[in-house]
Structures are given as C-alpha cells and as structure tokens.
Design a protein around this ligand. Structure first.
Ligand code: GDP
Ligand code: GDP
Length: 436
C-alpha cells in the first residue's frame, strides 16, 4: 500500500461530503440542502503539508433501507476496515445525539485513531458548542466550519499526526500495478485465481486482516506485477459488501492505486450502465484500460457472435475506443494467457515517450493535410508540440490563441497521434498554451 487512508464518518447531514470536497478539492460532489442527495465521488486523494493520503466519504455508501443506526454501524465498520485514521464528524448546532454515541462506541472499540470534528460552528460565539462532544470520550474535538473553511487546517494537522511513521512502502518501481474492476459476480476473483494459478490462492486467508495484505505481487516472464486490492476482490463476508455503492468505492480505490485497469464485463449478461460508469472513472483518472469480456464459455455463439459483441462494446464505450478487448473464460482458462501480455503492452503505451522531433513531424503533417478550420476570420496556428508527461501521455500544443483550438480538432490530432504512435490501451491528454 502506498498512501494512508482517512475515512469520514458521521450522521447524515453533518457535512461529510462538504468536508470531503474541501479536502479533496477538484471535481466536486453534489451538495444540496437536503439529506440523501446522490453523490458519485466516494474516494479521492488529498494532501496536507508533506503528507499525501486517500479520503473516503462513507456517507456516500448507501446501505439500503436499514434503520439509521444500522446504516451508521455499517458505515463505521467500513471506516474501521478501510482507514488508517477515522475522522468522526458531528454537527455542533444539533448537539450530541444517540446516533453519535453509538458510532463513538464502535470507533472506540476499533482501536483505530479517531479525530472528532465539530462542524457548522461558523462563528466565534458558536465555538463553545464544541465542549459537549468531549463526552464522546474520543479526545479533543476540533471546531470547524466546512462551509467557511475554518478550522480545517488544525483538524488536518491532528489527522496527519496520527499517521504511522512508516507511511509509504514502495514496491519495485517497474512493477505493473493492475486492478480488476466490475460488478459483483462478473468473475474478478475467478480471473485472479486463474491468472495466479492454484498455489497463490492461499492469499485469501491473509486478505483483509491487514491493509498491507491487500495487494498481491507476482512475476511472470521476467516482468513484475502487482494485483491491486486482491482482498477487496475476495470478499470478507461483511453485509455492506453486496451494495452497489461499496463496489463503486472499491473500484475507485483500485483505480487510484493502479496503472492498468481491467474492466470486466459479463459476456453472458451483456453490458450494463454500471460497467460504463466504472470504465468512465478509469478513463477520467487517466489509467490504461483493457476491456475483458468474461464467461465467454457460457455464451451460445456462432462465427459472428464475437464480432457483434465487439461492435456493441464500441458503441457503448465510445469514450474508451482505445481500449483493447479480450474475450475469455476465467472458468475454463480459455484465452486467459492473453491477459498479461496485453497488460504489459498497454502499460508500455501508458508510459510511452515520443521523441519531440517525431511528434512535431506528426503534428505538422496533420496540419498540412487538414488545416484547422478558421473561426470568425481567425485561424489557429500551431507552432510546435511537446510531450510533458507520461502515465498517461500528455502533450502541450503551443498555439497563437488557445480559444481557436476546438474540441473536434483536438480529437483529430489525437486520432493522428494514435495512428502514428499506437497508444493502444491508454488515454492521451492534449492541452494548449499560448505562445507569444
Ligand atoms: P453529509 O450528509 O454529512 O454529507 O452532509 P453535507 O455535506 O451534504 O451537508 C449537509 C448540509 O449542511 C448542507 O446543506 C451543507 O451546505 C451544510 N453544511 C455543511 N457544512 C456546513 C458548515 O460548516 N456550516 C453550515 N452552516 N452548514 C454547513
Ligand atoms: P466476482 O464477484 O467478480 O469476484 O466473481 P466470482 O469470481 O466470484 O464469480 C462469480 C460466479 O461466476 C462464480 O460462480 C464463478 O464460478 C462464475 N464464473 C466466473 N468466471 C466464469 C467464467 O468464465 N465462465 C462461467 N461460466 N462462469 C464463471
């Protein structure tokens, strides 16, 4: 495991997702003035001072129609299982409630470090509302206002102080980290077993007992690999594990931790919305992607079935038209031997660096063959391009006026880069800068 994880726990409406967004920044989850709004983002990355960490908003994990206390219990359990430090958020204006005390009991028993934050103390006079929360028996509470951004710094100081000293454990740098994601029962655990072979299956006994045991390293044909979050794939028998939101959380977490993401689709049942959503997270996170159609053994087929399925995938997953598709059966082992070579190939493309001269030849050819359309009499000029990053490859185009670079032309350039340099399996990013 690389970075420590903070989980935010607390009753509905205390401000968990507001705090989550403050810490994670960037793309925001929806915050509305009513409880239970849908939110997509459960997992994100944050940093404070010299510390990088993951953050989980357990409030986004819907546990179904359970009574409030049961939901709170499940969310607290998730926090205990997943996090190194738990941030327990309460509402200073409402005051201490029974539900708060129930959660506090659970957290105290877990022996995980807990930091209590009392939210909605928007002004100085309200700060004294914090004192009643000493009764939780979880140490000094921190007065904060997520809405106004007050007290968050002191709170994060207290949280990162709880990280253990031996934070990051770096595996061999050239190991390819990959994750298997997909809805329950698609065959993730079976495919892990088939890839690893029988002797490795004992990992499951370790999995989930400590967070260090959740990744599985192995090597094949001289290449090191790490399967990310093997423990999450092999269930641990908790009630919440069957919920859809929990599987989204696991997927987001696995995606953050890996270079390559295998998106598993059930060949027997076809593509569902959830598959697209999960693939979307991987794409947005800039990971290399392989689409794996599993249970192909169970599909009744003729010589056109595969091609039809392939076309359907391309239609449904247009935003990842770069991802290779592998049809296989984790059960019979058919074509499973293709998986690691494909992973290796897309991982290479993901970290591919193109020589600047070759890159510029390609861009100039593109402009010569299809000049950028003019806009209100002004024409885009691209002076040169340079690659500024890998994983995924990112290119900067230096232009006369970035406003003139339209999405469709960026798309055109992307296609030409792909035709010229391959980039199979990896997203690529293209941005523009004004050159004076
Ligand atoms: P969650 O259900 O715990 O995730 O709570 P939300 O983050 O959705 O917040 C619930 C409501 O409390 C929203 O209307 C927020 O705008 C509001 N809220 C969050 N933080 C503060 C705060 O510091 N002060 C005040 N006054 N309102 C807040
Ligand atoms: P997970 O929830 O994604 O980890 O899925 P599992 O690996 O636990 O598999 C769920 C069920 O699908 C099990 O009953 C497996 O035996 C079955 N299964 C997995 N892979 C295949 C496959 O390739 N073909 C068939 N027919 N069944 C499979």
């Amino acid at each position: 495991m690389s970075k420590p994880t903070i989980a935010i726990v607390g009753r509905p409406n205390v401000g968990k997702s507001t705090l989550f967004n403050r810490i994670v920044g960037g793309r925001m989850a929806i915050v509305e003035d009513k409880p239970g709004v849908t939110r997509d983002r459960l997992y994100g990355n944050g940093s404070w001072l010299t510390h990088d960490f993951h953050v989980i908003d357990t409030g986004g994990i819907e546990i179904g129609d359970e009574p409030l206390l049961e939901k709170m219990r499940a969310q607290a359990e998730i926090a205990v299982d997943e996090a190194d430090v738990i941030l327990f958020l309460v509402d200073g204006r409402t005051g201490l409630t029974d539900a708060d005390e129930t959660v506090a009991d659970l957290l105290r028993k877990s022996k995980k470090p807990v930091v209590v934050a009392v939210n909605k103390l928007d002004n100085y006079q309200q700060r004294e509302l914090m004192y009643e929360f000493y009764a939780l028996g979880l140490g000094d509470p921190y007065a904060i206002s997520c809405a106004h951004g007050q007290g968050i710094g002191d709170l994060l100081d207290a949280v990162v102080a709880q990280f253990s000293d031996n934070e990051p454990i770096n595996e061999a740098d050239d190991a390819i980290r990959f994750a298997l994601i997909g809805r329950p029962n698609v065959g993730k655990s079976s495919l892990v077993n088939t890839i690893l072979g029988k002797e490795r299956v004992i990992v499951s006994d370790l999995a989930g007992t400590t967070r260090d045991a959740i990744d599985t390293p192995f090597s094949r044909d001289g290449q090191e690999y790490v399967i990310v979050d093997t423990a999450g794939i092999r269930r641990r028998g908790r009630v919440y594990e069957k919920t859809e939101k929990y599987s989204v959380l696991r997927a987001q977490r696995s995606i953050e931790e890996s270079d390559v993401v295998l998106v598993l689709i059930n060949g027997e049942e076809g593509i569902i919305e959830q598959d697209k959503k999960i693939a979307g997270y991987a794409h947005e996170a800039g990971r290399a992607i392989v689409l794996v159609v599993n249970k192909w053994d169970a599909v009744e087929k003729d010589d056109k079935t595969m091609e039809k399925f392939r076309r359907k995938i391309r239609e449904q997953f247009q935003f990842i038209d770069y991802a290779p598709i592998v049809f296989l059966s984790a059960l019979t082992g058919s074509r499973v031997d293709q998986v690691l070579p494909v992973i290796r190939q897309v991982a290479e493309n993901h970290s591919l660096r193109v020589q600047t001269s070759l890159l510029n030849d390609c861009i100039m050819d593109t402009i010569a063959m299809t000049p950028p359309p003019s806009d209100k009499g002004k024409r885009l000029k691209i002076f040169y391009a340079t690659q500024v990053a890998v994983r995924p490859p990112m290119f900067v185009l230096f232009v006369n006026d970035p406003e003139l670079l339209h999405f469709s032309y960026v798309r055109h350039i992307e296609n030409r880069l792909r035709e010229t340099f391959g980039f199979i399996g990896t997203p690529i990013k293209i941005v523009s800068r004004k050159k004076n």
